[in-house]
Design a protein around this ligand. Structure first.
Ligand SMILES: [Zn+2]
Ligand SMILES: [Zn+2]
Length: 254
């Protein structure tokens, strides 16, 4: 939230419901930023726009993300063409296509600015996806950086330099090894995870080098193993980073 305006970064499954639970009415959504086009980051992009339209149309939504965002927006409204056409006639609603402006970003740099914030993007390392971004929000009172999904990317330390808050993804190796024992596509999946995500020790290095005040761990890989404790997630980080470490939870305020 900046100056009471929500900035939504990524739209995984359940985004609309979680925003409502967080006390953010959907028609207040004004800016959306997508880090990359994996489904755990964009699956509910369309539904969020749609739910906003259904619950009381916001004046305008600007969405930013990698190449493909415009087609995804158009295709989603096509997917619901019958309902849109019906409601426009039957309920007198305006065309939802006019509500949203999708902006595709194809390189690092400043993404947008307004009176409250400057938003910049930096490429991160998330193979095989080439267009995967971290975002930095420089507001008057605070700077916040979101890593998106990335393998260890030392250049992220420069991008996050002196930020108040760095939200970084994290992968716990013993958890991966436990996970792959349960899965038939284990070998392939393990290879993908290891080249695409960051171990706690490396997250700690980034946070220390960037000199951030607070590090928030988020996007836990694996995310469905309740036996992994907060201590497991953070102990490797603390070997390198001496600042405040927060193990992120749903609906947490930082
Ligand atoms: Zn991803
Ligand atoms: Zn992800």
């Amino acid at each position: 939230m900046i100056n009471d305006v929500p900035y939504v970064i990524d739209c995984g499954y359940g985004t609309s419901k979680q925003l409502i639970t967080a006390g953010v009415a959907l028609n207040r959504v004004r800016y959306i930023f997508i880090t990359h086009h994996h489904s755990d980051h964009n699956l509910d992009f369309g539904p969020l726009l749609y739910n906003a339209w259904i619950t009381g149309q916001p004046t305008r939504v600007d969405a930013y993300g990698p190449t493909g965002l415009q087609r995804m927006t158009r295709d989603f409204f096509n997917y619901l063409k019958f309902d849109i056409d019906t409601r426009m006639v039957d309920e007198g609603r305006s065309d939802p296509n006019s509500l949203i402006t999708p902006h595709e970003i194809s390189k690092a740099g400043v993404v947008m600015t307004n009176d409250d914030v400057k938003v910049s993007a930096s490429l991160v390392r998330h193979p095989p996806i080439k267009e995967a971004y971290a975002y930095r929000f420089d507001a008057k009172d605070r700077s916040v950086v979101i890593s998106g999904d990335t393998a260890y990317a030392p250049e992220l330390a420069d991008f996050a330099k002196d930020a108040d808050v760095l939200v970084h993804e994290v992968m716990y190796l013993p958890g991966i090894d436990a996970l792959i024992k349960r899965l038939p596509n284990a070998k392939r999946l393990r290879e993908h995870l290891l080249v695409a995500h960051t171990l706690p020790e490396d997250v700690g290095k980034i946070a220390a080098q960037a000199n951030v005040k607070t590090l928030v761990l988020s996007h836990f890989v694996p995310g469905d193993d309740a036996s992994i404790t907060d201590e497991n997630w953070s102990e490797g980080v603390r070997k390198h980073f001496k600042g405040r470490v927060v193990v992120g939870k749903d609906l947490m305020e930082i």
